[in-house]
Design a protein around this ligand. Structure first.
Ligand code: PMP
Length: 392
């Protein structure tokens, strides 16, 4: 009988030469369990997905109910699907007037693809501005927004007409001009090791986009659904983007993403030609049911309001550790900068041995990633920080 490990190595594609090959049997709350029932604190939430922890009862119930009622129908904006309308009704309550029209998709990359296409259609321009060290996904369009040639260089040619500006440098915003269809930005550059955009920079960016007629896209795939201390990070800047993209935690554990804009902008996908963006599975009823249950639970339990306190607690418990060179936190999106990659990789292994899962960042391989479920308790934070301190 071939083992899981054998099948994994021989029949499933790997994306690196030395995958960690962790194997978990079940998951509940902030814990993942291996086959011997050993619990591991999930300090990365499957890269910012399991914000409500694992196996949330309300989400499971919603999934089961929807699966037993109807699974797949033609999903893209042609049929009225109640799982979608219920989600849209709830989500739009929490969004400003300029973000009331939702296009549902499956993954973050797809949501960003849709957003770029929408900006091109609406503005009738083709130039795109992105920021150095941003991450917007792995499809060809999203890869074109990646400044790091190490990851994107082998896939050339990518989208033409993409310019890169410097994150948090107001002077570099001059690249936005009358030919620019859109500017796409993460309010917190996660994969760069947690770099938060500052307020003045964001205000200047909003102003520049409005002046030049370019649409401002906020990629909140990682920062959305409460992770940085407000339901959406844009709320902390006193500005509203023209297009918002969501993914990851938005599906409450199921694959769901969205690009969201005003009715006026979104309408440009619907005529001359029609079907400006289509999808077979985006906005699948079961994923929408999960997302709605997750959103209601998040709001009801006030988890977003607790983020700042929990973030401060983690920082306080780790800040005296001499092995940590810098701590960068935006709510429960936290990066611990260590001496080098070797020290980090050793620490990740030791954390795992002691029952805690952490990781590195795509463009910052000496920084430890912490993005625990927002549901983590004070006691669990203490336990997690003790393991991290010991492992360092
Ligand atoms: N944007 C951001 C900010 C992300 O963090 C990610 C995923 N790490 C994506 C887009 C891409 O999402 P997906 O992997 O679901 O395509």
């Amino acid at each position: 009988m071939p083992t899981h490990r054998h099948v994994f190595l021989n029949h499933l594609a790997q994306t690196s030469t030395s995958p960690p090959m962790y194997e978990f049997k079940k998951a509940k709350g902030i814990y993942l369990y291996d086959k011997n029932e050993k619990p591991y604190i999930d300090m990365i939430s499957g890269i910012s997905v399991s914000s409500l922890g694992h196996s949330n009862k309300k989400v499971i119930k919603a999934v089961q109910k929807q699966a037993s009622e109807s699974m797949h129908q033609m999903v893209f904006g042609e049929y009225i699907i109640s799982a979608q309308t219920k989600l849209a009704k709830e989500l739009t309550k929490h969004l400003p007037g300029a973000l009331q029209s939702i296009y549902l998709l499956n993954s973050g990359s797809e949501a960003n693809e849709g957003a770029l296409k929408l900006a091109k259609r609406y503005t009738r321009r083709s130039k795109i501005v992105a920021f150095k060290n941003a991450y917007h996904g792995s499809s060809h369009g999203a890869l074109s927004l990646m400044s790091d040639q190490y990851y994107s260089g082998k896939y050339q040619p990518l989208l033409p007409n993409v310019s890169f500006a410097e994150f948090n440098k107001i002077g570099s915003l001059d690249v936005i001009d009358e030919k620019t269809a859109c500017v796409i930005i993460e309010p917190v550059q996660a994969e760069a090791g947690i770099l938060k955009a500052n307020k003045n920079f964001m205000k200047a960016l909003r102003k520049k986009c409005t002046e030049k007629g370019a649409l401002l896209i906020f990629d909140e795939i990682q920062t959305g659904m409460g992770r940085t201390g407000s339901l959406f990070a844009f709320e902390q800047y006193g500005i509203v983007p023209d297009i918002l993209t969501l993914g990851k935690a938005f599906g409450a554990g199921m694959p769901l993403s969205a690009f969201i804009s005003s009715k006026k902008i979104m309408q440009s996908l619907g005529s001359k030609p029609i079907l400006g963006h289509i999808t077979t599975f985006g906005g699948h009823p079961v994923c929408c049911a999960a997302s709605l249950a997750g959103l209601k639970y998040l709001i009801k339990k006030n988890y977003t309001d607790q983020v700042k306190l929990k973030s401060n607690m983690i920082v306080k418990l780790l800040k005296n550790n001499k092995k940590i060179k810098a701590i960068r936190a935006s709510g429960l999106l936290i990066g611990l900068e260590l001496k080098n990659n070797e020290v980090l990789m050793q620490a990740i292994d030791r954390c795992f041995e002691k029952g805690l899962i952490t990781d590195w960042f795509l463009y910052n391989n000496k920084t430890m990633r912490l993005a625990p479920p927002l549901t983590i308790s004070a006691k669990q934070i203490q336990k997690a920080c003790k393991i991290i301190n010991e492992s360092l």
